[in-house]
Design a protein around this ligand. Structure first.
Ligand code: GLN
Length: 449
């Protein structure tokens, strides 16, 4: 059914870079055989899954939507993907993304854009836009994305689906192509909070992954959290976020509506402050490019990636391979990272960003003295049109509500809260929980549905 849905809809949506009918039918046949033999079925048996194309899945290419990795065959399967397959999921394909996950629109894919299923003239958000669009279009029930600064939560908001970034370390990064290693986190997209909870249980089943030293043991109690009674619990609202420049009135009203819905369910609204959050975007665009520069150094045409033919010298081979393998945004990030880490400059920006990181992390920790979860917009506006935002710094503002969580490490979830009154497009509200209390995202998220 998922392959049929892709056949019917993906010419228009273009969520996929590769569709994998053989892998899908093989996995589905295994489920059928187990059922016929009367064996117990795993929890997600037969559930169609899309995998962001920065995650290795043996038998597929992992391109990161880049010419650099156009022909790169996954040598093994990433832990996050393997766990979804162990839970019974059927992999139907690799989802489009911004090149190397740099972006908020999926328009920087080297191969093709992805269209928002609600209005194909618009972007699905990014960088996990293919994953979000595949779920929104009904092509798959679940998808995996990665979130370094908002790349799950912002496209979930633009595409009208649920998307969750758990706490840094909750899900293994082994086998996921690194962007910012201290910021990257994998998480699921689904149509409902319960679907996302079931995917989270699958992702954390088996405990910490010895192949990712930052991964932690997280108990699989997400699905159980769906029915939690939130009466008497406290929801923090950040007044400065609700009055921010750039927040559109329709998104503000939709998020205020979500706050009232939580109140109606018995929660108490409290005001909290995050005084250093103004520094989040600036800190992110120092830390993120610095880490990206060091992670992407391996794509030199020798160890990995596109190799320019007929070069006379080694230096020419590596610089021409990089010049022709990477797109504009990937180059911009790496040039920025190289500059920021150069001597003399390093102390001024990188250290300052690390100090801001500590202050932002402490702000969140303090906020949770007063609140059990925080509620805020996921993105300042609804989905924009392809090509509408051409200035990179304007594009960076798409993540004004999501970036600080990657800096602090906490988990967040986007839950659709209706259509914008002016645009008629989906609006998502974002819930934020204390570190490693991600089951609260499920509890409060379910209360918003
Ligand atoms: N849009 C942000 C960026 O361009 C976040 C991307 C992400 O989370 N991968 O860096």
């Amino acid at each position: 059914a998922a392959l049929d849905a892709i056949q019917a809809r993906d010419t228009e949506v273009q969520a996929f870079l590769q569709v994998t009918p053989e892998l899908a039918l093989e996995a589905a046949a295994r489920v059928d055989a187990a059922r016929a033999a009367g064996e117990p079925l795993p929890p997600l048996a037969g559930v169609p899954l899309a995998v962001k194309d920065n995650m290795n899945l043996a038998g597929t290419r992992t391109t990161c939507a880049s010419r650099m990795l156009e022909h790169y065959e996954s040598p093994y399967t990433a832990t996050c993907v393997a766990r979804m397959l162990d839970a019974g999921c059927v992999p139907v394909g690799k989802a489009n993304m911004d090149e190397f996950a740099f972006g908020s629109s999926t328009d920087s894919s080297a191969f093709h854009p992805t269209n928002n299923p609600w209005d194909t003239a618009r972007v699905p958000g990014g960088s996990s836009g293919g994953s979000a669009a595949a779920v929104a279009a009904g092509e798959v029930a679940l998808a995996l994305g990665s979130d370094t600064g908002g790349s799950i939560r912002q496209p979930a908001s633009f595409s009208g689906v649920v998307g969750m970034k758990p706490t840094y370390g909750a899900v293994s990064r082994y086998g996921v192509v690194a962007f910012g290693s201290s910021l990257d986190q994998v998480g699921p997209f689904g149509r409902t909070v319960e679907d996302v909870a079931l995917a989270m249980d699958a992702l954390v089943a088996g405990g910490r992954d010895p192949y990712d030293s930052t991964s932690q043991d997280v108990p699989p109690r997400f699905a159980d959290a769906v029915d939690t009674d939130i009466a008497g619990m406290r929801v923090g609202i950040i007044p400065a976020f609700m009055d921010a420049d750039g927040l559109t009135p329709e998104v503000r009203r939709a998020v205020e509506g979500a706050a009232r819905a939580l109140e109606a369910a018995g929660a108490e609204l409290v005001e909290v402050e995050l005084p250093h959050l103004d520094a989040a975007i600036a800190a992110y665009y120092v830390i993120g490019p610095a880490e990206a520069f060091s992670n992407l150094a391996r794509f030199d045409g020798i160890r990995y990636g596109y190799r320019e033919p007929d070069c006379a010298t080694l230096a020419a081979q590596s610089s021409l391979s990089r010049a022709h393998g990477f797109g504009a945004e990937a180059k911009r990030r790496q040039m920025l990272g190289a500059y920021l880490l150069s001597s003399g400059v390093y102390d001024k920006y990188y250290y300052a960003a690390q100090k801001a990181r500590t202050l932002i992390t402490e702000d969140y920790a303090r906020a949770f003295d007063r609140a059990d979860v925080l509620l805020m917009p996921a993105a300042p506006r609804t989905a924009f049109k392809h090509g509408e935002i051409s200035d990179p710094t304007q594009m960076y503002l798409s993540d004004m509500y999501t970036i600080s969580l990657n800096i602090a490490g906490n988990g967040g979830i986007t839950v659709p809260v209706g259509l914008g009154e002016e645009s008629g497009l989906p609006v998502g509200a974002q819930l934020v929980a204390p570190a490693f209390a991600d089951e609260r995202l499920i509890a409060f998220g379910a209360a918003l549905e």
